[in-house]
Design a protein around this ligand. Structure first.
Ligand SMILES: [Zn+2]
Length: 73
């Protein structure tokens, strides 16, 4: 991984530390992993993050992130 990444704010907090600041590669491929900028936890994929950003905060977005985190173990 190079330093070519950028931070963005996710409407749903990181399940690990509660931060909303996430990090993704500047390339932003749909299946790029989004990591928490604070604790480094793999939270979801970029296309999932886009869905959450579009939906905004709420139970649907929280469920999507929870499913993504569980899928990654
Ligand atoms: Zn975190």
């Amino acid at each position: 991984m190079s330093g070519l990444s950028e931070d963005f704010r996710l409407p749903v907090a990181c399940p690990g530390c509660g931060s909303h600041l996430m990090r993704v590669s500047q390339v932003k491929n749909p299946d790029d992993v989004v990591h928490c900028a604070s604790c480094g936890k793999a939270v979801c994929l970029w296309h999932e993050a886009q869905t959450v950003i579009r939906q905004g905060p709420g139970s649907e977005s929280e469920a999507l992130i929870e499913a993504a985190v569980n899928r990654r173990g």
